[in-house]
Design a protein around this ligand. Structure first.
Ligand SMILES: C[S@@+](CC[C@H](N)C(=O)[O-])C[C@H]1O[C@@H](n2cnc3c(N)ncnc32)[C@H](O)[C@@H]1O
Length: 335
């Protein structure tokens, strides 16, 4: 099974696109998602600010961009992908309105490959080279539409930078009543009635995410229509139910990237790269730093600048370190 939405799903969302934003429940769910995710995004933005770069976001299943438009002012750029052309056309129209954010890139595509050429290149000067990797991947109210979540999550993992994160939100499958989230007339394209909490947590770990955390972010009061009530009679009217929403977090593991060692000479530091290494936008090869936009590149610049007598150590003389922000704990010793 793939992560492709069934055709009925696309037809449904194309048909609903023009009126999507007029649904108060959709608006309220987006507001709550944004309020819940905002601290996480602001936190990432603050970290990135120290390196002079902004946060690059991928949103999959963006619909008409209700969440994308709110998130855009907090980040460098948001690539907003959806399989329904009608939804993407609505988003494109929004992005041309006066005062709307200019850092949204709408794309209509079923994304199955992190190296899909529809994604922006990692380096604008080399458009045919690898695709951009993201600091954060979002989706809101999408997981319950995807037939097989495993390839979908694997694809998201491949779209992240080392250490990049996901924050996926959807309503929880809290039991048989969860089916009432959708009216009976709108079950086309619905693959599951919410997301079981333990199941998604296990799946995220199996796929390879680290620091997995699945938690209830908020509860949405929603009118439910067309379902029989508890005593079996059909009330014919509306009633309000509360639906818990899960926030599914995880991160792409940091990779082993560099080796650092100390020479026998006092106060000298040996730094060398065993191979050419790609870190975000930057490339670091043997003591040569080609792009200093990344934290790692700037930390290494400092080490090399402060230690003019660098030597390439003999194999076996070195310590292997996981790359990442943790690296910073080493730098006081190196200074
Ligand atoms: C319930 S709507 C939510 C839209 C938007 N996130 C919002 O909250 O307004 C689900 C959206 O996911 C899209 N979708 C479903 N499967 C998808 C997939 N595999 N990749 C990208 N988008 C998908 C649908 O076209 C639809 O626009």
């Amino acid at each position: 099974m793939s992560n492709a939405p069934n055709t009925a799903g696309n037809e449904r969302f194309n048909a609903e696109a023009a009126n999507w934003d007029n649904n108060p429940s959709v608006q309220e769910a987006t507001r709550l998602a944004y309020e819940t995710l905002r601290p996480l995004i602001e936190n990432l933005s603050e970290k990135q600010a120290t390196t002079g770069t902004g946060v690059d976001v991928l949103e999959v299943g963006c619909g008409t961009g209700l969440l994308s438009v709110r998130v855009a002012p907090l980040v460098r750029e948001i690539v907003a992908v959806d399989t329904a052309e009608g939804m993407i056309e609505m988003l494109k129209a929004k992005t041309t309105l006066p005062g709307s954010p200019r850092n949204i890139v709408p794309i209509c595509k079923l994304l199955e490959d992190p190296e899909d050429p529809v994604l922006p290149p990692s380096d604008e000067k080399h458009p045919t080279a690898g695709r951009r990797k993201f600091d954060l991947a979002l989706s809101h109210l999408v997981l319950h539409h995807i037939p097989d979540l495993r390839p979908f999550l694997q694809m998201l993992l491949g779209c992240l930078k080392p250490g990049g994160r996901i924050a996926l939100t959807d309503f929880e499958d809290f039991g048989p009543e969860a089916i009432k989230f959708h009216p009976k007339s709108k079950l086309e394209g619905v693959e599951r009635h919410g997301i079981p909490r333990q199941w998604i947590e296990d799946l995220l770990k199996e796929v390879g995410f680290e620091q997995v955390k699945v938690w209830v972010g908020w509860k949405l009061d929603k009118d439910v229509e067309g379902w029989e009530d508890d005593n079996g009679s059909h009330d014919g009217g509306k009633k309000t139910m509360q639906f818990p929403f899960l926030v599914c977090e995880g991160s792409n593991p940091l990779r082993l990237l560099c080796f650092v060692s100390w020479s026998v000479a006092p106060n000298s530091v040996l730094v060398w790269m065993s191979q050419i290494i790609h870190i975000g936008h930057g490339t670091i090869s043997n003591r040569r730093i080609v792009d200093t936009t990344e934290v790692c590149a700037s930390v290494l610049s400092i080490i090399i600048r402060k230690n003019p007598h660098l030597h390439v150590p003999q194999p076996g003389q070195c310590y292997a370190l996981s790359w990442g922000y943790e690296f910073i704990w080493l730098t006081p010793t190196l200074y």
